[in-house]
Design a protein around this ligand. Structure first.
Ligand SMILES: [Cu+2]
Length: 156
């Protein structure tokens, strides 16, 4: 009896692993969080590490969410005089084959413009990432107001 259940567990584990590698998603999102600068802020941003397990490069084309009137892909650029400016990236972000692309403070990010609700620490924001190859991927992003910026020189 006990041997039988051990065998069954082993078979189940193998078939689960097989399914995941056969037709699991080629995109993985890690370490995602969203933040607003103040409680009354009308805009916010989201950050994450996007990994591409596919042997083909992919592109994050757009992001959708009900949490804001507009959701844009932004980057930070230095505008000559040393001031960091945010810019809308129309083409989105390239995710290299078998590589990753980090959205982080002071760099590329997802921008929420015209928040339709206040974001508070601990809230969860549903987000749809639209990829050129992988299609639409739904994720949930926790609002984390205590997260410190990474080791980027410029942070917002
Ligand atoms: Cu922005």
């Amino acid at each position: 009896m006990s041997l039988k259940s051990v065998l069954f567990a082993a078979v189940a584990a193998v078939s689960l692993a097989g399914a995941a590698s056969a037709e699991g998603t080629k995109i993985m999102v890690q370490d995602q969080y969203a933040r607003v600068s103040t409680k009354m802020a009308s805009s916010g941003a989201a950050f994450m590490n996007i990994m591409n397990m596919s042997s083909e490069a992919d592109q994050l084309l757009a992001v959708r969410s009900d949490v804001a009137k507009r959701v844009e892909l932004h980057t930070h650029m230095e505008s000559g005089d040393g001031v960091m400016k945010m810019m809308h990236v129309e083409d989105g972000f390239a995710i290299p084959a078998e590589g990753s692309h980090m959205l982080q403070r002071g760099g590329d990010h997802v921008m929420f413009m015209g928040l339709t609700e206040t974001l508070e620490h601990g809230d969860v924001v549903p987000l749809t990432l639209v990829f050129k190859n992988a299609g639409e991927i739904n994720i949930e992003i926790p609002v984390d107001l205590e997260r410190k910026p990474g080791h980027m020189k410029h942070s917002n």
